[in-house]
Design a protein around this ligand. Structure first.
Ligand code: GAR
Length: 215
């Protein structure tokens, strides 16, 4: 019997995801919901936070997923901290690392171990408005369209190969909160979509660009 690539992937293997978080965790929640409903063919084996009070930890625990706080203050340098994270990811057989509102800069220890296997979501149309306060910067600049980007993580912050983007019109009346909310709604759409593309084996990085194979 001939199976398509997509079918054989689903039958033979469920992508194992590890999620790094720092706060609220609505992107994590969306991923967990889509896994549970069967729309996203993957499983989340562990959630790691650099912040002990992150709401994302409770969201994971509510689903019975191991959620671990690793305190950055217990480590002298970021490289050591990331080595500890790497150990946890490996112990949970993580194949794809997802940065879902993870607000700590990732070192080469993790980036090299998960080259083109680590995704981040950012609330702007990269390369515009990288770094913190992306929505505020978009408003201050006066752009008429902003949005969000899912990309593979590379050494340069918010600059790795772009996987998916969604555009969000900026309204005259927008505040940072209102624009952030509309962008977040789009984040919840494109992040699981990017994960599913990866799970289906449809993403290929060629010369710093992501090629999406036809489904
Ligand atoms: C999201 O808007 C995400 O794009 C942003 O943090 C928020 C996390 O929300 N991430 C970054 O700015 C990373 N540079 P969430 O915790 O509710 O998913």
């Amino acid at each position: 019997m001939i199976h398509s690539k997509k079918q054989s992937r689903q039958v033979s293997h469920n992508l194992i995801i590890g999620v790094l978080v720092s706060g609220r965790g609505t992107n994590l929640q969306q991923i967990l919901d889509e896994v549970e409903s069967g729309r996203l063919h993957a499983s989340v084996s562990v959630v790691i936070s650099n912040c002990g009070s992150a709401e994302a930890i409770s969201r994971a625990k509510a689903r019975g997923i191991p959620a671990i706080f690793i305190d950055p203050k217990a480590y002298a340098a970021t490289a050591e901290y990331d080595r500890a994270i790497l150990d946890v990811l490996k112990n949970h057989d993580v194949e794809l690392v997802v940065l879902a509102g993870y607000m700590k800069i990732v070192s080469s220890i993790l980036i090299e171990a998960y080259r083109n296997r680590m995704m981040n979501i950012h609330p702007s149309l990269l390369p515009a408005f990288s770094g913190l306060y992306a929505q505020r910067k978009a408003l201050e600049y006066g752009v008429k369209i902003s949005g969000c980007t899912v990309h593979f993580v590379s050494e340069e912050v918010d600059a790795g190969p772009v996987i998916l983007q969604a555009a969000v019109p900026v309204e005259e009346s927008d505040t940072e909160e209102s624009l952030s909310a509309r962008i977040l709604a789009q984040e919840h759409q494109i992040f699981p979509k990017a994960l599913q593309l990866y799970s289906d084996g449809r993403l290929q990085v060629v010369g710093g660009r992501v090629i999406i194979a036809e489904g």
